[in-house]
Design a protein around this ligand. Sequence first.
Ligand code: PRP
Length: 183
Amino acid sequence: MNFESAKSQLTKVLVTEEQIKTRVAELATEIDAKYAGKDVLLVGVLKGAIMFMADLSRALSISTSMDWMALSSYGSGTVSSGVIRILKDLDAEIHGKHVIIVEDIIDSGLTLSWLQTTLNARGAASVEVVAFLRKPAAAKVEVPVWLVGYDIPNEFVVGYGLDYNEKYRSLNCVAVLDPKVYS
Ligand code: PRP
């Protein structure tokens, strides 16, 4: 799905398809340099991270494996409690592995904070975070993040894996959803 086909439901583009390509390549260069000669496990958080994972993993030159987790935050409505439930755990042990958490977006930071603690407790050799988007104004907890694609304003964004009611994930850019769609 491109901007033209969804533009009646979007107010503006924050990150274009071209900017996504460029930034993913830059992030991959940094990851290749830091992990040269190492095996890396990329851990994607479903479902939002699927597009970023697909692009980033293919842009890397180092040897990688891929695994996935699906998480759900307990809480009512839009208020996240920070208590996370595992809907799908990793398929394999991570003890002794160099793990990179691949996230589409850091909003409150609660998901990531919990995930970092959990993967470290499982005995990973290292755990770093690469997130394509971050909303600094929405942060509720400070999370150490190694690489970020773009810091964005605290608006309802969709595309590049991000959804509203499971729609717009396949939008090829990151855009602000028109409030009329959800109000
Ligand atoms: C989103 C996103 C992160 C999390 C970030 O997932 O993919 O995992 O929220 O929010 P936080 O920083 O406030 O914890 P979501 O729960 O919307 O699921 P989805 O990826 O399947 O859409």
